[in-house]
Write a protein that binds this ligand. Structure first.
Ligand SMILES: C[S@@+](CC[C@H](N)C(=O)[O-])C[C@H]1O[C@@H](n2cnc3c(N)ncnc32)[C@H](O)[C@@H]1O
Ligand code: SF4
Length: 340
């Protein structure tokens, strides 16, 4: 072995034998959009003192890397609205350079991507997930409440020009983008982008009933099969999507189906909020506070112990239900808090 090879820790393993190698870190609960399925229009955001500083976020991410995390996804809220967020990307890129980390990536609404794409590529980001639910500017405004489609499309172009692989994520929304899905696939594949549809999840109170938004992807897939030939793909992304090759476009289509096909048995990830709260499952309330151990001592022993203890409590899976009888969300927190 080379004397310069990185020290790679064995991954954390939960009680169900799942190796935890993927951490999603929300760097802010704030956002410049108010997507109707994600937030209510008047959100109360966290006071600054509760939010981890960029240095603390770096320490926390690095602690996970030292415990065997191979993939870090920066998310939010909207990660690119966090002030000086590029400092965090630059700093975390050292783990890519050392070989301790395989992938540093982000999920973004794309609104600030035009400004940041080139720098992200410089810091070792290779792929970016951009959330885009429609290509119709009026619908886009209706879904995001505050968003501007042109800005997002310019951001996607900038990412592509910077050499980043773009993956589009669209939440399937009944009556809003279901009829457009085929055109979105053709548009994405025409540009060489993968596209994944996601079932809406019952996270946090919003203005409407989830059942009015919820479109089972089994239905969308059946509709799409009138236009496209979908062939199951061997591709795996390390996330929960199942992929199909689309014969007519030559592109790849993913489905994330937390409601109709639970994917928890292969779950390899945990999520940390911008306050340093570790959620072992997106769909359960149990959490571990990492901020207190982080702020209590300069060394990482306490944080490591808290992470290890929490992983031993990772639940088997979530219990999402969306139906007429179930009015309450599965968990009270919004997706923008835990990060996607
Ligand atoms: C919470 S956002 C955070 C990152 C960034 N602001 C964005 O929109 O990409 C991450 C992803 O979660 C998705 N999302 C938000 N609320 C959701 C919900 N209730 N069900 C399913 N997906 C949701 C968004 O569409 C987005 O793709
Ligand atoms: S989905 Fe993303 S862009 Fe939309 S409100 Fe939530 S955090 Fe903001």
């Amino acid at each position: 072995m080379s004397p310069f090879a990185p020290i790679v820790s064995p991954p954390l393993v939960d009680p169900f034998g799942r190796a935890i190698t993927y951490v999603r870190v929300s760097v802010t609960d704030r956002c410049d959009f108010r997507c109707v399925y994600c937030m209510s229009e008047d959100m109360n955001f966290l006071p600054k003192r509760d939010v981890l500083s960029l240095e603390e976020l770096d320490r926390l991410c690095s602690a996970f890397v030292a415990l065997g995390t191979r993939k870090l996804r920066i998310t939010g809220g909207e990660p690119l609205v966090r002030r000086d967020i590029m400092i965090l990307f630059r700093s975390l890129s050292r783990h890519l350079a050392s070989g301790a980390l395989d992938e540093l990536t982000l999920t973004t609404n794309g609104s600030q991507l035009q400004r940041h794409a080139a720098e992200l590529a410089d810091f070792g980001v290779r792929r970016v997930n951009v959330s885009l639910d429609t290509l119709d500017a009026t619908k886009f405004r209706a879904i995001t409440r505050w968003g501007d489609l042109d800005k997002v499309l310019a951001g996607i172009d900038a990412a592509h020009r910077a050499g980043l692989d773009v993956k589009l994520n669209a939440v399937a929304l009944k009556g809003l983008n279901d009829r457009e899905a085929g055109d979105m696939i053709a548009w994405a594949h025409g540009r060489g982008f993968d596209i994944t549809f996601i079932e809406v999840m019952p996270l946090g109170e919003i203005a409407t009933q989830r059942i009015d938004q919820y479109l089972p992807l089994s239905q969308l897939r059946a509709d799409l099969s009138h236009r496209f030939t979908l062939q199951p793909s061997e591709h795996v992304s390390g996330g929960p999507a199942r992929y199909f090759d689309v014969k007519e476009t030559g592109g790849r289509l993913g489905f994330i189906t937390p409601l109709t096909h639970n994917f928890c048995e292969s779950c390899n990830r945990v999520r940390v909020t911008c306050t340093g709260t570790l959620y072992m499952c997106l769909g359960q309330e149990d959490a571990a506070d990492l901020r207190e151990p982080l702020r209590h001592a300069a060394g990482d022993d306490l944080v490591d112990a808290a992470i290890r203890a929490a992983i031993q409590r990772k639940p088997k899976g979530h219990d999402f239900i969306i139906d007429r009888a179930t009015r309450a969300p599965a968990v009270a927190r919004h997706m923008s808090m835990t990060g996607g």
